[in-house]
Design a protein around this ligand. Structure first.
Ligand SMILES: [Zn+2]
Ligand SMILES: [Zn+2]
Length: 344
C-alpha cells in the first residue's frame, strides 16, 4: 500500500487530517496528486449520515496531476493534468455501460468515496486528500484553458446539469428555466446560455436577481409571487429543478410548455405528481445525475472552448470545517473548492 494524507472522519462526523492508504497501482491505474477538490452538498450529507464505524474521506470532484502510471496505461503520462468525478469504476458490460452511461450501470457504479472497489472489495476514500489512485478510464484529461481550481466542480455539479441539457437538445431557440440558484443551478444557467438557449432563473426571493443577470440569465421569476408564476405559465421548453429539499413540483410543471420537460435534479426522493398536470400539454417529467464517460469528456471540452467554469471560492483545505458550515448555511456563491497543497 502507499500512504497519503487526507481529511477524514473516523469516530464521529468531525474531519481531521491524517494518514490514509491508497492501493498500489494496478496495470490500468494512475496516481493523481489532488490539487483542488470541490465541496458538494452530498459531502455534507455523507458527513451528517456518517455512523462513525468506518473511515470517511469525502470529495468527488477534483483536479490534479498524474504522478505515476500503471504498466498498461495508454491514455496518460506523468505530468498530465486530469480531472476525476464521482464515479471511479463500473461493470463495463451492461447495457448502460455499453451505451457510455456508466453512471447508470446495472451493478451500480463504484463511487469515488464510500463505494466498494470492484477488485479488492475495499471502501473507496475520496478526494479530500493529497493523492488518489484511479483506473485510467475514469480519469479525464483537463483541456487546456480550464483553470484547475474552478474546473473541479464541473466533475459533479457540471456533469449533472450537462447531461440533461444535452439530452433535452438545449440550444438556440430553446427556452430554459432553472429553479434554484446554487451550485447546480448557476452552472445550469451558464451552460444553457453557452449552448445558445435563453435562461430564466426561478428563485424564492429577488436576492439573487443581479447574480442571475451576471450569469447570463435574461429572466428572473420570484417563485413566491403568484402573479409572476401565473404570467410565466407554459413559457419554457425545459425546466431544470435543482431544489434539494422535498417540494411540490406542480407549480414548476405549470411553467413547462407544450411537449416540454421538467427535469428534477436536486431532490431524488419520492415526489407526488398529478398525471393530469402532465396530460395537459403532453409534458414530460425526467431526472438525471452524474454522467457517463463520453459526455463527461465532451462537457470538459465544451467548457474549455466556451469559457464556462463555476463561480468558486477557493480555501486552503485546513478550512474545510468553515467551508462545510457555510455550505450548510447556503453561504457560498456558488461552490467551495479546497486547495489541497497544505496537506504536504
Ligand atoms: Zn457531488
Ligand atoms: Zn455496467
Amino acid at each position: 500500500m502507499r500512504t497519503t494524507t487526507g481529511w477524514q472522519a473516523t469516530g464521529s462526523s468531525e474531519l481531521s487530517a491524517g494518514l490514509l492508504e491508497r492501493r498500489e497501482l494496478r496495470p490500468d491505474d494512475i496516481a493523481v496528486r489532488v490539487d483542488y477538490c470541490g465541496l458538494c452538498h452530498s459531502d455534507l450529507q455523507a458527513l451528517r449520515d456518517h455512523d462513525g464505524h468506518s473511515r470517511l474521506v469525502p470529495g468527488h470532484e477534483f483536479t490534479g496531476v498524474v504522478t505515476e502510471v500503471g504498466l498498461e496505461v495508454a491514455a496518460f503520462s506523468v505530468g498530465d493534468s486530469v480531472a476525476v468525478g464521482n464515479i471511479v469504476d463500473s461493470c463495463g458490460q451492461c447495457r448502460m455501460c455499453r451505451a457510455g452511461q456508466e453512471n447508470f450501470c446495472h451493478e451500480f457504479p463504484t463511487l469515488t468515496y464510500g463505494g466498494k472497489d470492484r477488485v479488492d472489495g475495499s471502501t473507496t476514500l475520496g478526494g479530500f486528500s493529497r493523492e488518489y489512485v484511479v483506473r485510467e478510464d475514469f480519469a479525464y484529461r483537463l483541456p487546456e484553458g480550464l483553470d484547475p481550481a474552478a474546473a473541479a466542480p464541473l466533475m459533479c455539479a457540471g456533469i449533472t446539469v450537462w447531461e440533461p441539457l444535452r439530452a433535452l437538445d438545449v440550444g438556440p431557440g430553446v427556452r430554459v428555466a432553472v429553479v434554484g440558484l446554487g451550485g447546480l443551478g448557476h452552472l445550469a444557467v451558464k451552460l444553457a446560455v453557452a449552448l445558445g438557449a435563453t435562461a430564466t432563473v426561478i428563485s424564492r426571493s429577488s436576492d439573487k436577481a443581479d447574480d442571475a443577470g451576471r450569469l447570463g440569465a435574461d429572466g428572473f421569476i420570484v417563485s413566491t409571487d403568484s402573479a409572476q408564476m401565473t404570467a410565466a405559465r407554459e413559457s419554457f421548453d425545459v425546466v431544470i429543478d435543482t431544489v434539494s429539499a422535498p417540494h411540490d413540483i406542480a407549480p414548476y410543471l405549470k411553467l413547462v410548455g407544450l411537449d416540454g420537460t421538467l427535469s428534477v435534479l436536486g431532490y431524488l426522493g419520492a415526489l407526488t405528481v398529478e398525471v393530469a398536470d402532465l396530460l395537459i400539454g403532453r409534458k414530460k417529467l425526467s431526472s438525471a445525475g452524474s454522467g457517463g464517460r463520453p459526455s463527461t469528456a465532451e462537457m470538459l471540452q465544451f467548457c474549455a472552448d466556451s469559457g464556462v467554469v463555476p463561480d468558486v471560492e477557493v480555501l486552503p483545505s485546513s478550512q474545510v470545517d468553515t467551508a462545510l458550515e457555510r455550505l450548510a448555511a447556503n453561504d457560498v456563491r456558488y461552490r467551495f473548492v479546497l486547495d489541497m497543497s497544505d496537506l504536504d
